[in-house]
Design a protein around this ligand. Structure first.
Ligand code: FMN
Length: 215
């Protein structure tokens, strides 16, 4: 069972090409149950989750999502360096998937939009009350054979998008998770090595044990 969890974590790629087929309510309910099982500050559970299926709402938001892509995302991919663990070619292939999701964002059968009060005053721990729930949803979706992607690009136009979601004053959307059955296969995530990112007790000190090859 524990092995299954690791298998799921290491093959939980962002799945950006989704079929438009509907996702059964029961499955979405399981994903939402996973969300509210997550750690959260003082167990106050200040979160709320929109289950967005209305084509009108999704289409309106997609316009801003695409605008943010044209604003800066495409250029960042084209002119930026490939991240650790990826070749430039793989990075550009990812751009293809990112652009695909951008254009088809609203066609995902269901979005889950995690919301929480706050977010006006940036603090280091901002978002820590909601992203564990987001990760639980991504893992649950993967375990149930559904594709999903954690997206936050809409926050470039957060005021406009939060208004489309009719969020009350002081409440903000922290991500949009487009969810659906994947067109492609789950596969290994590509990352750099542990040795490049793990230190010992102080920054720059060697880790207290052998990190292996990080795979
Ligand atoms: C905070 C955050 C925001 C992200 N926003 C977006 C997004 O707006 N659009 C998108 O396509 N992917 C988004 N991603 C997904 C990352 O691009 C993806 O996780 C990363 O490239 C690694 O790829 P993998 O998850 O397939 O291994 C986001 C991920 C994180 C953690």
């Amino acid at each position: 069972m524990a092995q299954d969890l690791f298998e799921i974590m290491h093959s939980m790629r962002a799945m950006r090409r989704l079929k438009p087929d509907p996702v059964p309510d029961d499955v979405v309910r399981q994903i939402l149950r996973a969300a509210i099982g997550a750690p959260n500050g003082g167990n106050r559970q200040r979160w709320r989750f929109l289950v967005v299926t209305d084509p009108e709402v999704k289409s309106q938001v997609q316009v801003y999502y695409q605008r943010a892509f044209e604003d800066h995302v495409r250029d960042a991919y084209l002119h930026g360096e490939a991240p650790p663990g990826m070749t430039k070619e793989q990075h550009l292939r990812q751009l293809g998937a990112v652009e695909y999701l951008t254009v088809h964002f609203h066609e995902a059968p269901v979005w889950i939009v995690p919301c929480m009060e706050g977010g006006e005053t940036p603090r280091r721990a901002e978002g820590a009350g909601i992203y564990p729930a987001v990760q639980n949803m991504l893992l649950a979706a993967r375990a149930l054979g559904l594709g999903a992607t954690l997206t936050t690009r809409h926050t470039n136009y957060q005021r406009e998008v939060d208004e489309i979601f009719a969020l009350p004053e002081g409440v903000h959307s922290y991500a949009i998770l487009p969810i659906g059955y994947p067109m492609g296969n789950f596969g290994p995530t590509r990352r750099g090595s542990l040795a490049d990112v793990v230190d010992g007790s102080r920054w720059g000190e060697p880790a207290p044990f052998d990190l292996g090859d990080g795979a």
